[in-house]
Design a protein around this ligand. Structure first.
Ligand code: MSP
Length: 502
């Protein structure tokens, strides 16, 4: 039986439509999930929406709609985006779903049974935008002298009766975890940040709210709903059957990878493992905090008006061009910048001019002149050398993807494409048709084998196009023969359009 692999994205706040940052995270997770499936792992992949909390309540109030109606509408757009972008998730979870209420209440009771929850009064700063509590010493001053969170978001003074979680008790266990599992937090820069934060001391965390009721009710405590991050983080175990389906839970939990953005690493590497320790549940194996996507180097925000709709980009340039660009041009873990020009330039250079053109030329020639089939021919050492180069390129892809070095993996794959193009230049198969057909058949056969391996390897990045190309090659796995259909271009040359900024 194949080993399970459980990967999750953050669940997104549906307080507005999805933007390209949300798309980026789903695409990266999808590429990893698809890659792991190719490796024969039994993959479970979850994404979804995080629908409770004050931010949702306030957005709904501002728009004059019911909060549930807002959640339903916006969550629908996230789901639609996942479909459009070929996100192969096994579950799109919504935190308003009944099994999620049950899981949240079950983990709450487990933490309570462990003596980690107590009732008290919270007074302090809260950022609705971050859904986070901050200590006075963490705040920074805004341009007008106002207090801001370390993330630069507005904070408001909050005073209410709440349940507290004994986070302070977990300072040492967390430090022990970071020491014994050095790759629990990746990349290294985020790990150092969190280490410093935890070493600085942890204060108990307010984990319920009484000033509004849009959340999961705290069991046995009328008037209290759970702090949104308690229920949000719990989604990861809801999705694998906690607490009732122990067969599924034991199979997929602990998760292999929580893929999230760098702004929410603290919640995932401090609060979440502490909650799990308290509930006596196993800890995820790894949390990876990817960087932020910037629009021409600028942070995207509604007030600047430079937020980009991923569906529009996919519409203009194609889903796979967008996926390829994001995974190839952003060094995974770092911030990355995008623009229409950069997407078009990258997709044309790699997909259209190099890989697409290679496949198109070879397939068109075989379909037109050889009725779609090549014969055994006369092989020589150049053929073995090309296959060795392509194998090395594809193995490099796999090794890099295993380590989440996604852009390096694609770079390695491209060296295989370049090797094929160089092989064509040297072997000149079109000219051999008249002079040495036996050699021509061998050259083309070698190229088909190479193109097939390249197409299979790049599937996690450009699934739709890869599937089309593989179908076109008509590869028979049993005999290894190809039966080439008249090709239609799979990676059309893109023209620069101008996407609109919302
Ligand atoms: N709801 C919380 C997460 C709860 S997880 C238990 C949240 N939601 S969010 O909608 O604000 O962000 C969802 C994910 O998108 C986060 O991982 C966040 O880092 C990521 N991104 C948001 N803006 C982004 C960019 N501009 N670029 C890349 N990723 C970004 O936080």
């Amino acid at each position: 039986m194949s080993r399970p692999y459980y990967i999750t994205t953050a669940i997104h706040y549906p307080n507005g439509r999805p933007h390209i940052g949300h798309a980026y995270e789903m695409i990266a997770a999808d590429a990893i999930a698809r890659f792991q499936r190719q490796q024969g792992r039994d993959v479970r992949f979850q994404t979804g929406t995080d629908e409770h909390g004050l931010k949702m309540v306030k957005t709904a109030r501002d728009r004059g709609v019911e909060v549930r109606a807002l959640a339903d509408e916006m969550s629908g757009y996230f789901h639609e985006m996942a479909d459009k972008l070929d996100i192969s998730c096994d579950r799109f979870i919504r935190t308003v779903e009944p099994d999620h209420y049950a899981a949240s209440q079950a983990i709450w009771k487990a933490m309570e049974a462990n003596g980690d929850l107590y009732l008290d009064r919270y007074e302090g700063w809260y950022s609705v935008r971050d859904e986070a509590f901050y200590e006075e010493k963490e705040l920074v001053e805004g341009e007008g002298g106002e207090k801001l969170s370390p993330q630069g978001t507005p904070v408001e003074w909050t005073a209410e009766e709440t349940w507290f979680f004994r986070l302070s008790k977990y300072q040492q266990p967390l430090l022990d975890l970071f020491a014994s599992q050095p790759d629990f937090i990746r990349p290294e820069s985020r790990r150092n940040e969190i280490l410093r934060f935890v070493e600085g001391g942890l204060t108990d965390l307010s984990v319920s709210r009484t000033s509004f009721d849009w959340g999961v009710p705290v069991p046995g405590s009328p008037g209290h709903v759970m702090y949104v991050w308690v229920d949000a983080l719990t989604n990861y175990i809801t999705g694998v059957g906690y607490p009732d389906d122990s067969a599924m839970f034991d199979k997929y939990w602990p998760a292999d990878l929580h893929l999230i953005g760098k702004d929410i690493v603290r919640f995932h590497t401090v609060y979440w493992p502490a909650f799990l320790m308290s509930a006596k549940l196993p800890l995820p194996k790894q949390v990876f905090g990817h960087g932020f996507l910037l629009n021409r180097g600028e942070k995207m925000s509604k007030s600047v008006g430079n937020v980009v709709d991923p569906m529009e980009l996919a519409e203009l340039y194609g889903v796979d061009a967008l996926r390829y660009f994001l995974l190839r041009d952003v060094s995974f873990g770092n911030d990355g910048t995008f623009s229409d020009e950069a997407i078009v330039t990258r997709a044309n250079a790699d997909l259209s001019n190099s890989f697409g053109n290679l496949a198109q030329r070879v397939c068109a020639f075989i379909a037109k002149n050889l009725e779609g089939k090549v014969e055994a021919g006369r092989a020589d050492t150049a053929d073995d050398a090309l296959i060795a180069d392509v194998d090395a390129a594809c193995d490099g892809f796999a090794k890099a993807f295993e380590e989440l070095a996604l852009s390096q993996g694609i770079e390695s794959w491209m060296t295989g494409v370049f090797a094929c193009n160089a092989f064509i230049d040297v072997q000149a198969p079109w000219a051999l048709r008249k002079t040495d057909p036996e050699r021509m058949h061998a050259v083309l056969g070698t190229l088909l084998k190479a193109i097939h391996r390249l197409a299979v390897t790049i599937e996690p990045v450009v699934p739709g196009s890869s599937a089309k190309l593989i179908a076109q090659l008509g590869h028979d796995a049993a005999t290894g023969a190809f039966n080439i259909a008249a090709p239609s271009p799979i990676f059309p040359r893109l023209e620069l359009q101008q996407s609109e900024e919302a």
